[in-house]
Design a binder for this molecule. Structure first.
Ligand SMILES: NC(=O)c1ccc[n+]([C@@H]2O[C@H](COP(=O)([O-])OP(=O)(O)OC[C@H]3O[C@@H](n4cnc5c(N)ncnc54)[C@H](OP(=O)(O)O)[C@@H]3O)[C@@H](O)[C@H]2O)c1
Length: 310
C-alpha cells in the first residue's frame, strides 16, 4: 500500500488519532479531514499526513479529497443530537453521501466505525441511525467497492471519553446517582480495535463484513464506576438507581440541565446490554491499561482535553 492514499474522516477523534498513527507507515499519503484542523495537531507532525478542513454539510468541500484515495475510513460520530444536528444527519445522511462519492471516485475499500447493537429497530435513535448506515453500506458493496463495518462496545484508551468523563464527574460529585447500574459493557482497548481496523485495511480478511468488537471481559456499569474509584483512590457514595429513577434523571438531564451528561436517548441505548459472544475480541483488559492513564496524574490530561475543546 506504500504507493497508495488513505483518507480518514473525523480526524480529531480519539479512534482516528490511533488509526492515523498505525497506518501512516503503510501509505504514501494520509489525508485527515476534520471540521477543525487545529484539534488534529498531534497527527500533523507525521511526515506523510496532511490535514484538510471540510464541512460535512457541503459535499463539494470533501469530494476532491476522495479522488485517487484507495481506502476511506469514516470515524465520524456523535453521542447526542442537537436541534441543529441530528443522529440521522451525522450517522446516516453523511454516510450515504460519502459512500456514493467514494464509489464515484473508485475508492477500493470503505471502512466504517459503527457501534455494538446498531440496529434499524434498536431502542434508541443513536442505535437506529447507526444501524441504518450499516445496512446502507453493506448493501452497496461489490467486487470493486469493498466495505468493512466495525461495531465496538465502549472503547478505552488514554483520550477516551468513557473513563475520563466519569472520572471527571466523580471528582465533583460526592454522592453519585448511577442510572442503569446493571447494564453490561465489554470495553475494548483502542489499540486492539485499531489492530483489527489495520488488518482490514491491509488484507481482505474482513472484506464485506460487519464485525462486532468487544474486549476480554464484561462488566456492569456499577463495576466500571467502582473500578474508576479504585484506580484513582477516590471515595464516593454511589447510589444505584432503578429504572424509574434512571428515567427521571435522564429526563432532567435532557430537558433541564445543559451539557448532555445523560440523555433519554442514552438511557434507551442502555436498555440493550453492550456485550456479545460473537465477533472480534481484544486481549487487553481495563485493569492492564486504564491505571496507566487514569491515575492522579490525569489532571494533566484534563487540561489537554479542555484546551482541545473535548
Ligand atoms: N469511543 C467509543 O467508546 C465508541 C464506542 C462505539 C462506537 N464508537 C464510534 O466510533 C467512531 C469514532 O469514535 P471516537 O470515540 O473516536 O469519537 P470522537 O472522539 O467523538 O470522534 C468522532 C469525530 O466525529 C467528528 N464529528 C463530531 N460531530 C460531528 C458532526 N456534527 N458532524 C461531522 N463530524 C462530526 C469529529 O471530528 P472533527 O471534529 O475532526 O470533524 C469527532 O472528532 C464514532 O462513530 C463512534 O460512534 C465509539
Amino acid at each position: 500500500m506504500n504507493d497508495k492514499i488513505l483518507t480518514i474522516f473525523g480526524g480529531s477523534g480519539f479512534i482516528a488519532f490511533e488509526l492515523v498513527y498505525k497506518l501512516s507507515d503503510h501509505f504514501k499519503e494520509i489525508r485527515v479531514l476534520s471540521r477543525n484542523i487545529e484539534k488534529c495537531k498531534q497527527v500533523k507532525v507525521i511526515k506523510n499526513v496532511d490535514l484538510y478542513l471540510y464541512d460535512p454539510s457541503n459535499t463539494s468541500s470533501f469530494t476532491r479529497y476522495l479522488k485517487d484515495s484507495h481506502v476511506v475510513i469514516n470515524t465520524v460520530g456523535i453521542l447526542n443530537e442537537s436541534r441543529k444536528v441530528t443522529f440521522d444527519d451525522v450517522h446516516f445522511n453523511f454516510v450515504k453521501t460519502l459512500v456514493s462519492k467514494s464509489r464515484e471516485n473508485n475508492v477500493a475499500k470503505f471502512i466504517h466505525l459503527s457501534a455494538l447493537n446498531a440496529d434499524v429497530n434498536g431502542p434508541s435513535k443513536y442505535l437506529q441511525s447507526k444501524g441504518k448506515a450499516d445496512d446502507y453500506i453493506s448493501s452497496n458493496n461489490d467486487t470493486k467497492f469493498k466495505t468493512v463495518v466495525f461495531r465496538p462496545s465502549i472503547v478505552f484508551g488514554e483520550c477516551d471519553s468513557f473513563f475520563n468523563r466519569f472520572n471527571r464527574l466523580l471528582k465533583y460529585i460526592p454522592i453519585f446517582p448511577l442510572a442503569c447500574p446493571k447494564s453490561l459493557f465489554s470495553p475494548v482497548y483502542v489499540k486492539d480495535l485499531s489492530n483489527f481496523v489495520v488488518e482490514s485495511v491491509l488484507t481482505s480478511q474482513y472484506d464485506n463484513q460487519i464485525n462486532n468488537v468487544t474486549g476480554p471481559k464484561n462488566y456492569t456499569f456499577l463495576e466500571l464506576i467502582k473500578f474508576i474509584l479504585k484506580v484513582t483512590n477516590t471515595k464516593r457514595i454511589i447510589v444505584p438507581l432503578n429504572y424509574t429513577l434512571s428515567y427521571l434523571q435522564a429526563f432532567v438531564f435532557t430537558y433541564l440541565v445543559p451539557g448532555n451528561i445523560f440523555t433519554l436517548d442514552n438511557l434507551k441505548s442502555l436498555q440493550r446490554d453492550n456485550i456479545t459472544s460473537d465477533g472480534l475480541k481484544g486481549n487487553t483488559t481495563i485493569e492492564e491499561a486504564v491505571p496507566l492513564y487514569l491515575s492522579k496524574k490525569s489532571n494533566k490530561l484534563d487540561t489537554y482535553r479542555k484546551k482541545a475543546g473535548r
